[in-house]
Design a protein around this ligand. Structure first.
Ligand code: SF4
Length: 84
């Protein structure tokens, strides 16, 4: 079974983070940015409730490969480039 385009979802209370392993370039922006959420030594390695959703969204946007994405599920402010 191929896992190339597999996308995994990590659901938190106010934000869902998805991770596409095939796109990850292991730049570790995520782990450095928010170690309380991203910890590759842990399973699951992404714990979306480990930080405030806004901060988590910010770190996800910094992922250089696009492997990480997020979706706010709390109806909270959608900060991703929407005009005010
Ligand atoms: S920031 Fe993106 S590319 Fe870098 S390790 Fe995390 S998921 Fe992979």
């Amino acid at each position: 079974m191929s896992t190339r385009s597999e996308k995994k979802a990590y659901e938190g209370r106010s934000i869902t983070v998805t991770f596409e392993a095939a796109r990850c370039r292991h730049a570790a922006e995520c782990v450095r940015g928010l170690p309380e959420v991203f910890d590759t030594a842990r399973r699951p390695w992404i714990r979306p409730d480990g930080a405030e959703a806004g901060r988590l969204a910010e770190v996800v946007r910094r992922c250089p490969s696009g492997a990480l994405q997020y979706e706010r599920v709390d109806g909270g402010e959608e900060t991703a480039g929407r005009p005010a």
